[in-house]
Write a protein that binds this ligand. Sequence first.
Ligand code: ZN
Length: 190
Amino acid sequence: MDEEDYRLKGPAFLTLVRYIKERRGQKGVDHVFSILKKEMPELYIPSKEFKTKKMYPDMLFIRLLEILDREFGKGDLRECYNFGRYSSYNLGVMGIFVSFLGTPSTVLKKAPKSWRYYRNRGELVVTKLEPGLGVLELRGYLKSKTICTELLGFFNGAAEQTKAKNVKVRETKCKSKGDPVCEFMITWEE
Ligand SMILES: [Zn+2]
């Protein structure tokens, strides 16, 4: 399957543009998109043209995160993590993801549906769910450390917003390390 077949819904891009704007202003947004235009003209879309219901290439999202991390971070993917965490607090439409009254198990149970809402390829599967421990497997998706790091930030942020204490999220398997799937483990105290 070609990379271009992997697509992601508009709100992810709108949230990313907002994240950059809140931290670096419109100048920062223009900077990131001018680099995109120069380095990857085939993927370029003006920052104001994203629509909520449309889908765009996942590769565009990945490149934007990488430019953001390189230009405004240290190139160590920390900015991708920070954005993931931010998006768990700011993702509008799919706010269903998080419950302040629930535990991270609520987050885990909703994750597969949320993935299907946003993406046309790959699936998130809950492979283990018990008090204080949940495991999510990401199957059939691109090999991208950038996206894994963003997801790690997202799950961390989402789990933090529940009433659970001492939340920890780790990526325990990764396609980037040669594993057949990516796997995220969330632990917490109820
Ligand atoms: Zn991974």
